[in-house]
Structure formats: structure tokens, C-alpha cells
Design a protein around this ligand. Sequence first.
Ligand SMILES: Nc1ncnc2c1ncn2[C@@H]1O[C@H](COP(=O)(O)OP(=O)(O)OP(=O)(O)O)[C@@H](O)[C@H]1O
Ligand SMILES: [Mg+2]
Length: 248
Amino acid sequence: MITLDKINVGFRKENTTKLFGKEKKQVLFDVSMHVNQGECIGLLGESGSGKSTLGRIICGLLKPDSGTINVTGPISIVFQDYTTSANPRFTVSQIIKESLSVRERTQGIKIEKEEEVQHLLELVGLPKDFVTRYPHELSGGQLQRVCIARAVALQPKTILFDEAISSLDAHTQVQIMDLLLKIKKQFNLTYVFITHDLTSVTYFCDRVLFLYQGRVVEEKKVTDLARVEHDYAKSLLYSIVDIRSNEK
Ligand SMILES: Nc1ncnc2c1ncn2[C@@H]1O[C@H](COP(=O)(O)OP(=O)(O)OP(=O)(O)O)[C@@H](O)[C@H]1O
Ligand SMILES: [Mg+2]
């Protein structure tokens, strides 16, 4: 479960030395949200609207200037840029074992790591002999599956995806979303799914928050999307309807 209440975040502007402290550019304004256990919420907004900043707040990587955050259980993160989020000198096995070692330390347990890596590869639909491969020997979709295995290996309650499928082709995106739905069901996970793409949200999420210039301007169940009221949300929706009608 995740609850945010009136989160405000600003970043210091460079080259502005005011007499009393530095000037700040506010990026998030009074953002409140609630996500239930087992729910998948989409955070949708254009570039620069504050999605990743909000993601960093949820994960505890960034402290807000004001507001409160309540998160139950550990969170794993899957980023867009899987090529840099996986150490290029590590094999697939080593990448996944990193998470398992974290769990050994934090939970004070001993894990049969080789065996667990095999289970996780199977879970994400990769051949078991991939253990010895390096990131550059995998396709983008395969490497993102490794990053998903690494995220699941931490046994989180929540996984936050920051544009995690955005750089994959449409077909691979659907495959990965199906995989994520399967994993979510199996482990009763909560998902926070950051994206600028409404299509993936409708495929995948229960509810969507529209972020516009650092504010939550609309919140809708995916089944109620036709009833959005804010202009930005409407423009996104209509652009998709246009694309779909062009396809026919
Ligand atoms: N560490 C930082 N220092 C200063 N400004 C920052 C920092 N991180 C983000 N910003 C600014 O905050 C605003 C929101 O950035 P954020 O990365 O949250 O947007 P986003 O919605 O994730 O965009 P995108 O879709 O391009 O990833 C931007 O104007 C950005 O320049
Ligand atoms: Mg971002």
C-alpha cells in the first residue's frame, strides 16, 4: 500500500545565488495519491511533468520539501534504460544474484542462489543457459526480462516501472506486459507504472493518474477513461482514438 499526502518538491536552480538561500524551481505541487495492495496504477504525463521525480519520492530515493509518504513493504524499481541499469561486466547470473545477496543481508537468511537464479529465469521466460551471458549478448527485451527477474528477486511488495517498456518495439512491449501481469498475480504485487503512453496504461493498469506540470490533474479508473475532463487528459485520449481509427 502506498499513500502520499500533499507532496511538494523543488530543485535548486543553478547560478542563482540569492542572498538568503538559493532559488528553487518547484516540480511537484501538492501531489496526493493512494495505491491499494495488488493494484496497478499508471502515472501518465508528458516529458518533464514530474513522473520520475514522483517515482523517486515513492521509492524513498528523494525526500520531499513537504508532505508525507507511507509505503508498506519493500519496493523494487525497473528503469527504462536497462542497458545502463545492468552492469555490463556482470553475467546474467551475477546481475540477479546481486538482489539475492541483498535479501540474504536484510533478512539474515541463506539462499541457494544458483537454484533461485534458475527459478527466476524460468519465471521471466528465459532459457536457463542464459546465466553465463553478458548484457551485450542479449536483446533489449531479453535484458529487460533479466532486470525484471532482478526486481522480483528482492521479494518486493511493490514494483515501480519507470518507462520500463518504452524503448521496446510494440510486439515486445505486449509480451513484457503479459509477463508482468502474470508475475503480479502470482505474487500479489502492487505496481506503479510510469509512462507517457496511454495505450500501455489501458492494456495494463487499473487506475491512472494524469500528471501535468507537476500536478495531478485527473484520476480515473481505466474503465472510466472516456469520461476524463481535463484538457491534457482529453488530448491524450483523442490522440489514441485517432491512431486507432487510422489503423482500420
Ligand atoms: N535532480 C534534479 N535537479 C534539478 N532539476 C531536476 C532534477 N530532476 C528533475 N528535475 C527537473 O524536474 C522536472 C521534472 O522532471 P522528471 O524527470 O520528473 O520528468 P518526467 O515526467 O519523468 O519526464 P520524462 O518523461 O522526460 O522522463 C524537469 O523540469 C526536470 O528538469
Ligand atoms: Mg522520467
